[in-house]
Design a protein around this ligand. Structure first.
Ligand code: NAD
Length: 550
C-alpha cells in the first residue's frame, strides 16, 4: 500500500536522463489524487483503466526507471516491468504493451478472469501509457466535438440558446459541462454519484447542482431564454431521468451520454441503486446485476431514440452504450450515430487530433509561456488561437500543469520544435513532455468509435495502430505503447500512444522532427488509403514522407 503520490517537480533529476525522468514523473502524475479516479487501487479513469498492475509492479517500475541508463529500454507487460535491454540513445526508454490477448480469447469474461488472476491489466488509453492529464485531456476533444456539431447542425460555431442533456461526470465525462459552456451552451448532466458532482464543482467544471429534475429544468429554461451559459449537475440515474423527460415530452437540443457503459461491472449503475448498493448487489448476485444493468441501458437508449425522432441531435460518445443496448436486446440502438463519423472524422483525415504537453517543472508559468508563444506564432489558425486563449483563462490544472489542443499534420512538428527551442533558451524552467491521446488520427482501430463507418469499410483493420507504434519507436519517441480495449472495451479496439521529451538538446530536436512528422503522417496515410479526399489533398500539397499511391 502506498502513500499519496505526487510527481516530483523542479529540475533536479531523480533518474539518469530526462526521458526516464519524464516517464517517472508522468506515471506518478497519473496517480496523483488530483488526477486519478481511485489512486489507491491504481485506477486512473474510464472504468478500471490502471497505470500499473499492482503496487509491487509500481515500485519495481520506479526502481527500474531510476537505474535505467540513457541507452537502455524498459519493457512493461500489462503494467508490470519485465526486462531492461541495452538499445541506443535514440531508442525509446520504455516500451509498453497492455491488455493484448489473442483475438479468439478477447472477450470480457476471459479478459477480466485473467485480470483477476493478476496476469494482465486494463490500461484504457492514457492510464497505462502514463500521459493522462486529468479532465483537461478530454475537455478539448469534447469542445471540438461540440463546436463541430454546432457548426454542422446549427450553422455556427456556438451553442448559444441551446441545451445539451448528457450523463456521467467521471474522469472523461466530467469535461462535458465546461466544454458545453465554452461553446456558450447550457449543460444538464445526470450523475448518480454525489462525490463526482462535488469534485466537478470544486474544480469549477460545474456551476450548480441539484437532486431535483424540476429545479434543473427551471435553471435550464432561464439560461436558454436569456442566451446565457450554465452547467447544471443533476444527481440521479440517467435511465430514470431520460425516461422521465420522454414522459414529459421535453426535447433537448442535443443528447448524449458519457457513463462508462463499456464496463458492465462498474461503469453503469442500474436504476434504483446508489453506488454502494449497486456494488453489494453485483458482488452477491453478478448475473442478476448484469441483467439489471442491461435493462437500464436499454431504457435510456430507447429514450435517446425518442429524442432523436422528436428533433434532438443525438450521438454516441464513444462509451459503447449502443453495443450494450443491442446486447441487451434493443435492435435500434445503432440508429444513434457515433460522434467520430458524425463530427470528428474531418479532423482525423488531415492528421489532426488531441496533442498535449506537460511542464515537467510543475510550474504553471511554463504552460502559460507556451500558450503565449502559440498565440504569437500561429496567428493564421484562429480556431487554435481561440482555444488556447479560452483554455488559458478557464482550465484548472490537475497535477502537473498541462495543455492540450487539436493540432494537425505539420502543426505538431512546429509546436514540438517551438517547445524544444523554448527549453533550450530557458524560456521555460524545465523540459516539456509532449504526447497525445490514443484516440487519434493514425493510432487506433476501433470500429465502434474512431474507425466507425470508414469510407472503404476498413473499420476493424488493426494494422494501422501497430505500424504507428513501430514507426514512432524507431523514430525515437521517449516511450511508446500499444493497448487493447481502450474506450470501447475488450475485443473492440487496438491503439497506440507515444510521448517525446523536449529537453532543449539538438538530439531532441532531431527526434521531434522525426516523431512529430511520422505520427500524424500515419493518420493522413491511413485515411488517404481509405479514400478520404482531404487526406489525399494534404499529401498532394506537400508532406515530409513518400507514398507510392498518391
Ligand atoms: P468513469 O468511470 O470515470 O465515470 C463514469 C461516470 O458515470 C461515473 O461518475 C458514474 O458514477 C456515472 N454513472 C454510471 N452509471 C450512471 C447512471 N446510470 N446514471 C448516471 N451516472 C452514471 O468513466 P469516464 O472516464 O468518465 O469515461 C466515460 C466513458 O467514456 C467510458 O466508457 C470511456 O471508455 C469513454 N471514453 C470516451 C472518450 C471520448 O473521447 N469520447 C475517450 C475515452 C473514454
Amino acid at each position: 500500500m502506498m502513500e499519496e503520490i505526487h510527481a516530483p517537480r523542479g529540475i533536479k533529476l531523480n533518474t539518469k536522463g530526462w526521458g526516464q525522468e519524464a516517464a517517472l514523473r508522468l506515471l506518478m502524475n497519473n496517480l496523483d489524487p488530483m488526477v486519478a479516479k481511485d489512486p489507491k487501487n491504481l485506477i486512473i479513469y474510464g472504468g478500471k483503466g490502471k497505470a500499473a498492475r499492482n503496487w509491487e509492479a509500481f515500485d519495481k517500475i520506479i526502481q527500474s526507471l531510476k537505474s535505467l541508463e540513457n541507452d537502455e529500454t524498459l519493457l512493461i507487460q500489462s503494467g508490470k516491468p519485465v526486462g531492461i535491454f541495452k538499445t541506443t540513445e535514440n531508442s525509446p526508454r520504455v516500451l509498453i504493451v497492455n491488455a493484448q490477448i489473442v483475438p479468439r480469447w478477447a472477450t470480457d469474461d476471459i479478459f477480466w478472469d485473467l485480470e483477476a488472476r493478476g496476469l494482465t491489466m486494463y490500461g484504457q488509453m492514457t492510464a497505462g501509457s502514463w500521459i493522462y492529464i486529468g479532465t483537461q485531456g478530454i475537455l478539448q476533444g469534447t469542445y471540438e466535438t461540440l463546436s463541430a456539431l454546432a457548426k454542422k447542425e446549427f450553422g455556427k460555431y456556438s451553442l448559444r440558446g441551446k441545451w445539451v442533456l448528457s450523463s456521467g461526470l467521471g474522469e472523461m465525462g466530467g469535461a462535458q459541462p465546461l466544454a458545453i459552456k465554452m461553446n456558450e451552451g447550457v449543460a444538464l448532466v445526470v450523475e448518480v454519484d454525489k462525490d463526482k458532482i462535488n469534485r466537478r464543482l470544486r474544480d469549477k467544471y460545474l456551476d450548480e447542482w441539484t437532486d431535483s429534475l424540476d429545479r434543473a429544468l427551471e435553471l435550464k429554461d432561464k439560461a436558454v431564454k436569456s442566451g446565457t451559459s450554465i452547467s447544471i449537475g443533476l444527481l440521479g440515474n440517467a435511465a430514470t431521468i431520460y425516461d422521465e423527460l420522454v414522459l414529459r415530452k421535453i426535447v433537448p437540443d442535443v443528447v448524449t451520454d458519457q457513463t462508462a457503459a463499456h464496463d458492465l461491472n462498474l461503469g453503469y449503475i442500474p436504476e434504483g441503486y446508489d453506488l454502494k448498493g449497486a456494488y453489494e448487489y453485483r458482488d452477491s448476485n453478478p448475473s442478476d446485476y448484469k441483467k439489471k444493468v442491461y435493462e437500464s441501458i436499454v431504457k435510456e437508449v430507447k429514450a435517446i431514440i425518442w429524442f432523436k425522432e422528436s428533433g434532438s441531435k443525438v450521438f454516441d460518445y464513444g462509451n459503447n452504450l449502443r453495443t450494450r443496448a443491442r446486447e441487451g436486446g434493443y435492435s435500434r440502438a445503432f440508429e444513434i450515430p457515433g460522434y467520430v463519423p458524425a463530427y470528428l472524422r474531418d479532423l482525423f483525415t488531415i492528421g489532426s487530433g488531441p496533442f498535449r504537453w506537460l511542464a515537467l517543472s510543475g510550474e504553471p508559468n511554463d504552460i502559460f509561456a507556451i500558450d503565449d508563444k502559440i498565440i504569437e506564432n500561429f496567428t493564421e489558425d484562429e480556431h487554435l488561437v481561440n482555444w488556447i486563449k479560452l483554455a488559458k483563462k478557464m482550465v484548472h490544472f490537475q497535477g502537473l500543469p498541462a495543455r492540450i489542443c487539436y493540432a494537425k499534420y505539420g502543426q505538431r512538428e512546429r509546436l514540438g520544435l517551438l517547445m524544444n527551442e523554448m527549453v533550450r533558451k530557458g524560456e521555460v524552467s524545465a523540459p516539456i513532455a509532449i504526447g497525445r491521446d490514443h484516440h487519434d488520427t493514425g493510432s487506433v482501430a476501433s470500429p465502434f468509435r474512431e474507425t466507425e463507418n470508414m469510407k472503404d469499410g476498413s473499420d476493424a483493420i488493426a494494422d494501422w495502430p501497430i505500424l504507428n507504434a513501430l514507426l514512432n519507436a524507431i523514430s525515437g519517441a521517449s516511450w511508446v505503447s500499444v493497448h487493447h480495449g481502450g474506450g470501447t472495451g475488450i475485443g473492440n479496439s487496438i491503439h497506440s500512444g507515444l510521448v517525446i521529451v523536449a529537453d532543449g538538446t539538438k538530439s531532441a530536436e532531431e527526434r521531434i522532427k522525426r516523431v512529430l512528422n511520422a505520427d500524424p503522417a500515419s493518420g493522413v496515410i491511413r485515411h488517404a488509403d481509405a479514400g478520404y479526399q482531404s487526406s489525399i489533398d494534404v499529401i498532394k500539397k506537400g508532406v515530409k514522407f513518400r507514398t507510392p499511391y498518391f
